[in-house]
Design a protein around this ligand. Structure first.
Ligand code: ADP
Ligand code: MG
Length: 603
């Protein structure tokens, strides 16, 4: 039998590599910009025609190349950036694989013009399908210009995979924006069909770059930060606690100047925001991580889009903690800041009206009154504060008001309630001006954190039921509940299985006394079904806690006594994340005196 295995030619090898490295025009842009950065360029011009299909031209003022290097640059595995395998362990350049130019040249027509500093002349090289057509001396300023024409002209299959010019150009714009974010001291210019799209002078700080790239709305809604822990420097800018978006477009992780995708970093970011985010909402974050190059492996992806950390859990925790602290350090959100739509910023009035609408939807179907509704009692019945955490655990109904926790009107409390409007919102005076509090959201937050604290300290205060509540579930839900009984127990729910889908609730967390236990249990089951047992326990617990906190919380339409309002605001002030309810809705909106004066045209 004759042999059938053949060694592929360099040309075929390069085309195969191009398949990985050069997926679309934006990949070419990324690779060439990285080369310019490595060449020490301080100015990079990117000219695109027909979304990169006709032309991609990258011109830089970097170190340039000698004639010899210019020819070798297009050979496979030709690089000036590493010399041995040990260099791979501590890469501090953008490139190192020596694959980009050879791959790109194998699927396009290339013209390179380059000159080194003080060289008598520069050189111009033309290449087609990876073959050098001509090498000429050429007058050129110091730096390098690479023109890539007719990308994929010799790989029709690739060409077919390209999307519309608008989509391809959007990818290019994203690629350039990411590079510009990662390399702030470089001037970037991007043109498309001879029209300027971006012209970014070097910027001193991240906020300025964000403004240049993404406009005022995002720039105004981010906070800059910087922190070094355990030799890991984390800095950048993240969205304010209540600012979030409908997609993940504005999230960059930049590890040692390289923009990367990394699931663990993303997880850390969402972990830091925690319950500040509603479902399907995403934070804005430009997070830079600087660590010793030995601690990160960048050689794990052909397009260098991913990295692997030596110690991923340490990095994860540091990033999460640093971001969490930034969020916590942010003051109470202000009126104009309650912008969670992700679209254009809204005026206070619009924000409030959509918010009110949302509230009225939420209150639909929520059981009011009835024996289970502890908080549904009438005004005259309320002689104590149902808001105080330990009250329900330790006192029978009818306890006199004197036993209330002391909350004085003119103590050092920042916010003092004056009135309740429409049995739904508390209007309060703050040191700076006025605050409107959503009583339902605020109470949810208070309960949520109290439950969280009790759970963490391992002392959930429970209340035994005098008459156990019977719950009949179908077989499927019954089976699910049985599986979840130990966790429920930890949460303060003593639920016994009576077989054939019947359960008995014998004790509940004291904070929840008076809730509709049956409904509570079903809601928890829903939550478990959605997240599944495989989900992170910590997250699942928080989900369940937020379900719990929602149940006995003060309903929207309920009158509150002065004392109850005071206690609620006092308790809210003690919270770790006082500005949102566990579902991510704002608990309060602040108006400064200046803002109020402006509304009345006094400023
Ligand atoms: P890598 O960047 O991994 O080294 P490339 O194929 O992208 O591989 O580039 C090959 C070599 O060509 C680089 O190592 C560098 O020496 C040289 N080179 C490429 N682009 C430039 C540029 N814009 N300025 C100076 N040198 C360049
Ligand atoms: Mg390169």
């Amino acid at each position: 039998m004759s042999s059938i295995i053949k060694i592929l030619s360099d040309q075929v090898i390069n085309k195969i590599a191009a398949g990985e490295v050069v997926e679309r025009p934006s990949s070419v842009v990324k690779e060439l910009v990285e080369n310019s950065i490595d060449a020490g360029a301080t100015e990079i011009c990117i000219d695109i025609e027909q979304a990169g299909r006709r032309l991609i031209r990258i011109t830089d003022n970097g170190c340039g190349m000698s004639k010899e290097d210019a020819q070798n640059a297009f050979l496979r595995h030709a690089t000036s950036k590493i010399t041995s395998d040990t260099d791979l362990e501590a890469i501090d350049t953008m490139g190192f694989r020596g694959e980009a130019l050879s791959s790109i040249a194998s699927v396009s027509q290339v013209r390179l013009t380059t000159a080194e500093q003080d060289a008598p002349s520069g050189v111009m090289i033309e290449i087609e399908s990876g073959r050098i057509l001509s090498i000429l001396d050429a007058a050129a300023p110091q730096g390098t210009s690479l023109e890539i024409s007719h990308l994929f002209y010799n790989t029709p299959a690739r060409l077919k995979f390209l999307k519309s010019p608008a989509t391809e150009f959007a990818h290019i714009l994203t690629a350039v924006s990411r590079q510009a974010m990662a390399h702030r001291s470089v001037r970037f210019r991007l043109t498309h069909n001879k029209k300027t799209v971006l012209d970014l002078p070097p910027s001193l700080n991240i906020k300025e770059r964000i403004f240049q790239l993404y406009g005022n709305e995002i720039a105004e809604n981010v906070v800059e930060f910087e922190n070094t822990r355990d030799v890991i420097r984390v800095h950048g800018a993240i969205g304010k606690p209540l600012y979030n978006r409908a997609d993940r477009t504005h999230q960059d992780f930049i590890v040692n100047r390289r923009t990367v995708k990394n699931a663990s970093l993303t997880h850390a970011l969402y972990g830091a925001y925690g319950d500040l985010l509603m479902r399907d909402r995403h934070p804005v974050a430009f997070v830079f991580i600087d660590i010793a190059p030995e601690l990160v492996d960048v050689n794990v992806h052909p397009a260098k889009a991913e990295v692997r950390f030596r110690n991923p859990s340490q990095i994860h925790d540091v990033v999460r903690d640093v971001i969490r602290e930034v969020l916590r350090s942010q003051g109470t959100p202000r009126a104009g800041e309650v912008v969670t739509t992700g679209a254009d910023s809204q005026g206070v009035r619009e924000a409030l009206s959509s918010y009110m609408q949302d509230l009225s939807h939420r209150s639909d179907g929520a059981p009011e009154g009835g024996p289970a509704s502890y908080f549904g009692r009438r005004k005259r019945d309320i002689g104590m504060s149902p808001l105080h955490a330990d009250y329900t655990a330790s006192t029978p109904q009818g306890q006199p008001a004197e036993l209330l926790p002391p909350v004085s009107a003119n103590s050092d409390q920042d916010i003092f309630p004056f009135a309740q409007i429409h049995d739904s919102f508390i209007v309060a005076q703050s040191r700076e001006g006025m605050v409107i509090v959503d009583q339902h959201a605020a109470h949810e937050r208070v309960l949520f954190e109290k439950l969280q604290d009790q759970l963490q300290s391992g002392h959930i205060i429970v209340q035994n039921m005098l008459i156990p509540v019977l719950v009949e579930l179908g077989p499927a839900q019954g089976a699910l509940l049985i599986e979840y009984l130990p966790e429920l127990d930890q949460l303060g729910f003593l639920v016994e299985d009576f077989g054939t889908g019947t359960f008995m609730i014998k004790a509940v967390p004291a904070l929840l006394v008076g809730a509709d236990y049956k409904k509570l249990l079903l809601d928890i089951l829903d939550e478990v079904t959605v997240h599944g047992r495989s989900g992170k326990m910590e997250q699942l617990r928080d989900e369940v806690l937020s379900v719990l906190a929602c149940h006995p919380a003060i309903k929207v339409h309920r009158h509150l006594e002065q004392r109850e309002m005071e206690t609620l605001l006092h308790d809210l002030a003690q919270c770790r994340m006082p500005h949102t309810c566990p579902h991510g809705r704002p608990t309060l909106i602040r108006f400064s005196m200046d803002e109020i004066k402006k509304m009345f045209k006094r400023l």
